[in-house]
Design a protein around this ligand. Structure first.
Ligand SMILES: *[C@@H]1O[C@H](CO)[C@@H](O)[C@H](O)[C@H]1NC(C)=O
Ligand SMILES: *[C@@H]1O[C@H](CO)[C@@H](O)[C@H](O)[C@H]1NC(C)=O
Ligand SMILES: *[C@@H]1O[C@H](CO)[C@@H](O)[C@H](O)[C@H]1NC(C)=O
Ligand SMILES: *[C@@H]1O[C@H](CO)[C@@H](O)[C@H](O)[C@H]1NC(C)=O
Ligand SMILES: *[C@@H]1O[C@H](CO)[C@@H](O)[C@H](O)[C@H]1NC(C)=O
Ligand SMILES: *[C@@H]1O[C@H](CO)[C@@H](O)[C@H](O)[C@H]1NC(C)=O
Length: 770
């Protein structure tokens, strides 16, 4: 996804030998792309908290990109930045389209944290309660500032400043007042949104401001006839707070923002009517519900546990609340840097890529399927634009764009037309996400409301892309680019062909599932094409060349062919899998993104090389996580790239859940293969796994592994093979998993439909089915 290299293959090959730091320098010189260099000797600020769910520090990171963020899926901001971003708010035409900056009228600082003071503030991010805190211990008082994007009043960002006078102070001061100086720092006017000058208004007895405006440039006039409205309200911020020496006080400051002025105002009024503590409690309660529903817990390895808590915090901060005071608006998906960033080219402009479906989505689907559904919904809502893209490029069905933002038009940055033209695997990745969704949920309502259509239309796209080759008797797909963006315009990219083949097979299966309410023409033709789709394989070396004509030894950008084993779970001999892993590890650029190494870690666990797996797992996060708030950079230290890189986080989570815990979903079963502890951990719990409406908890300990059943959906009774017996899973039960596995859980069949054959690369003259 890192387009700059995709564009310049020769440059890329040359740069591969240089160090990451030098690489950044060259980019600065040649592209002016805004990468900054972190000094090699820069001391990272430190997380001094002993708790795994709270990150605390005395010194904020010197590079403000590594600041913590707050968010609730509707609004988000990097703490103390001058910018707020809102779900679905973009400005700029096509490749220029990026998250539109709203001035941070909620950015309030305590002066004692701005200027040099004798007090040493403590800053902490509480990942389980969704709040950033600043605490200043002064001579006569303790001041605590809480900053959060409200999880129930979702249009609001709240600042609360609590001043608690110290009672033991000198009696001479007892009748004095405490003055706390503060400062609102919203930054300059927005260049993306044409805001009217702020208008004062008294609301609920509070001096307040309102400013409304419109974005300046539509993304694609064809699909966006009108500019987007946005309206903000905020409480006036004085330059100091006054508290009597004998009584604590909480001051609440609020900013709300929405496309709809009424919604923003209503929310503002409601928040001001709430008592300060109740307001905060409501927020904490909503975060609590998220972690009651599911969580991942690691014992015995504080560092790892903190990173994992950080990942879930940043994921959930970019996802919308499921319950809110006013109805949720349409959700525009996750981008590689989340909702708190995305205003720059470096941060991928807040666009959606395959990162969502292949990297971020899988762990979310396992624990929070309702969020997975929201991510798929974004694609359903832009499907009619994908139909148009297919048409204008001479294809059928739906062709999803490589980069997608407000309208669903192709919005790839002008730098890199090749990725937009050739990385067509994005459509296959969306179909694969749908396949996994169906495997874990069997959600018939979803099929009825767009699912049947999106799956069959993606198959139509691939059917129109595959061309029979009479020499080989196989279908070829040419002029594509796999995940390895160092090789463009290739034929039979193995990753592309496997996701295309799966898309075609899935459509045949879904056509059967949907047949009482959705008509598909010739579903078996999709399967015929998939069966005969070329699949490059080198019999002598027993490995998969990445595409037809790949020259062995050529360097690649990132995991590509190794994705066949996982996440695609394409069946192959273990020797082939081992060869793919060792060969591609040796030719992957060392400066590629983190996800490559998480996929190699999963692969090594599959082939039984625990030591390599541990090393590769370390490599998948160690150089990318920035202290003290566990922010992820796209590139290895000291380089940075995109921040906060949700994609890299997704790879690491998948290595934990699908690698170490051994979980994987098939269309007819959930598999737990040889679960083991992550390195240096004494316990690993995945709580709230959702399978066919059931909620399950997998608990891995040194002494052994258990599965606890919290609930089962009556419609889908579950049976588990525990290594010895078949056991009917009933709520409250704990099953001990004996032996190496694999352990499988399945239910009754879903309708009378044959599961897809999922075999690709057979000669088309051979009969279907084996
Ligand atoms: C608070 O800090 C701001 C920004 O540094 C400064 O402009 C202002 O004068 C300070 N106020 C007081 C009372 O010190
Ligand atoms: C058919 O496949 C052969 C062998 O891979 C290849 O050399 C040839 O170019 C292909 N033909 C077309 C028309 O693509
Ligand atoms: C891609 O390859 C085809 C030949 O298969 C060629 O005609 C076309 O010009 C190439 N496109 C680019 C952008 O390199
Ligand atoms: C897998 O291994 C078996 C037994 O060694 C062999 O017969 C078969 O051809 C292999 N399959 C592939 C795809 O290499
Ligand atoms: C890898 O580790 C697991 C769990 O500790 C163990 O069961 C398995 O035997 C190990 N595999 C090898 C090849 O050592
Ligand atoms: C991970 O690798 C880094 C660099 O090789 C090393 O410093 C660190 O100790 C390793 N961490 C673990 C947990 O093995």
């Amino acid at each position: 996804m890192w387009h700059f290299l995709a564009r310049n293959r020769q440059v890329a090959a040359m740069l591969a030998v240089l160090t990451a730091a030098a690489l950044v320098v060259i980019f600065l010189a040649t592209k002016g792309s805004g990468y900054r260099i972190v000094e090699k000797h820069e001391v990272e600020s430190e997380d001094v908290s002993e708790r795994d769910d709270i990150f605390s520090t005395h010194t904020l990171p010197t590079d403000d990109r590594f600041m913590a963020s707050i968010g609730n899926g509707h609004v988000a901001t990097n703490v103390f930045s001058d910018t707020i971003y809102m779900n679905g708010l973009y400005n700029g035409r096509k490749g220029e389209s990026r998250r539109a900056r709203i001035p941070a009228w909620s950015n309030i600082r305590l002066n004692s944290t701005l200027t040099h003071h004798p007090y040493s503030p403590v800053y902490s991010l509480d990942t389980k309660r969704g709040v950033f805190k600043v605490t200043v211990d002064r001579d006569r008082s303790t001041v605590t500032q809480r900053i959060y994007a409200h999880r129930y009043y979702t249009r609001a960002i709240v600042n609360q400043i609590e001043v608690v006078p110290k009672t033991h102070v000198d009696p001479n001061f007892i009748h004095h007042e405490i003055w706390i100086t503060i400062k609102q720092l919203p930054g300059p006017q927005s260049s993306d949104i044409d805001f009217a000058p702020p208008t004062p208004e008294i609301i609920e007895g509070r001096a307040s401001w309102r400013s409304c405006g419109k974005t300046r440039v539509a993304e694609d006039p064809e699909y966006q006839p009108m500019l987007v409205d946005v309206c903000a309200y905020w409480t006036s911020v004085p330059d100091h707070l006054v508290v009597p020496q004998h009584r604590p006080r909480v001051f609440t400051f609020v900013m709300t923002v929405d496309n709809d002025q009424d919604v923003a105002r209503k929310e503002f009024v409601k928040v001001l009517q709430e008592d300060g503590e109740i307001l905060f409690d409501k927020h904490v309660e909503e975060w609590g519900k998220l972690y009651q529903e599911a969580s991942m817990e690691i014992e015995g390895n504080l560092k790892l546990s903190k990173i994992v808590n950080g990942i879930w915090y940043y994921y959930l901060s970019s996802l919308p609340s499921l319950e809110s005071h006013q109805p949720a608006e349409r959700f525009f998906g996750l981008s590689p840097t989340g909702l708190a960033r995305g205003g720059s080219l470096t941060d991928y402009e807040g666009h959606n890529f395959w990162d969502t479906e292949m990297w971020i989505y899988p762990s979310i689907l396992l624990l929070y399927p309702e969020y997975a559904k929201k991510l798929l919904q974004y694609r359903l809502e832009t499907a009619y634009v994908a139909a148009h893209l297919a048409k204008i490029t001479g294809n059928k069905g739906y062709r999803f764009p490589w980069e997608s933002a407000y309208t669903g038009s192709e919005v790839t940055q002008p730098c890199c037309p090749e990725v937009a033209e050739f990385e067509q695997h994005i459509s296959g990745c969306i179909a694969f996400a749908a396949r996994q969704y169906l495997a874990l949920t069997r959600d018939e309502e979803w099929l009825k409301h767009g699912g049947c259509s999106i799956v069959t239309n993606i198959a139509d796209f691939w059917a129109s892309r595959a061309v029979i080759n009479y020499t080989t008797g196989l279908y070829d797909i040419s002029n594509v680019m796999g995940p390895d963006e160092d090789h463009s315009n290739v034929t039979n990219s193995i990753f592309t062909n496997v996701v295309a083949g799966y898309s075609l097979y899935l459509a045949q299966y879904v056509a059967c599932l949907c047949k009482s309410y959705y008509i598909s023409k010739e579903p078996d033709r999709w399967a015929d094409i998939a069966w005969s789709l070329a699949l490059p394989y080198d019999e002598v070396l027993d490995y998969h060349p990445q595409f037809a004509g790949y020259t062995r030894g050529e360097m690649i950008k990132q995991a590509d062919a190794v994705l066949l084993g996982y996440p695609l779970q394409y069946p192959m001999n273990i020797s082939t899998r081992a060869n793919d892993l060792s060969y591609y590890e040796s030719v992957t650029r060392p400066n590629g993104p983190a996800m490559t190494w998480s996929m190699h870690a999963i692969g090594q666990l599959q082939v039984g090389d625990n030591l390599s797996a541990a090393k590769l797992f370390n490599r998948s996060y160690d150089a990318y996580v920035r202290e003290p708030f566990k922010i992820w950079s796209e590139l290895r230290r000291p380089a940075v790239g995109a921040v906060n890189f949700l994609t890299g986080m997704g790879g690491m989570l998948q290595a934990l859940v699908f690698g170490f815990a051994g979980l994987s979903a098939r269309l007819d079963r959930l598999v737990i293969a040889a679960p083991q502890l992550p390195p240096e951990a004494t316990g690993f719990t995945v709580r709230g796994i959702k399978y066919l409406g059931a909620s399950l908890t997998l608990n891995i300990k040194v002494a052994g592994t258990t599965l606890t059943v919290t609930s089962v959906d009556d419609a889908w009774p579950l049976t588990m093979f525990n290594g010895k017996y078949n056991i009917t899973l009933i709520p409250g039960m704990t099953v001990t998993l004996k032996g190496p596995g694999p352990f499988t859980i399945h239910s009754v069949p879903w309708k009378d439909c044959h599961l897809p054959a999922d075999i690709i690369g057979q000669n088309y003259l051979r009969p279907i089915g084996t």
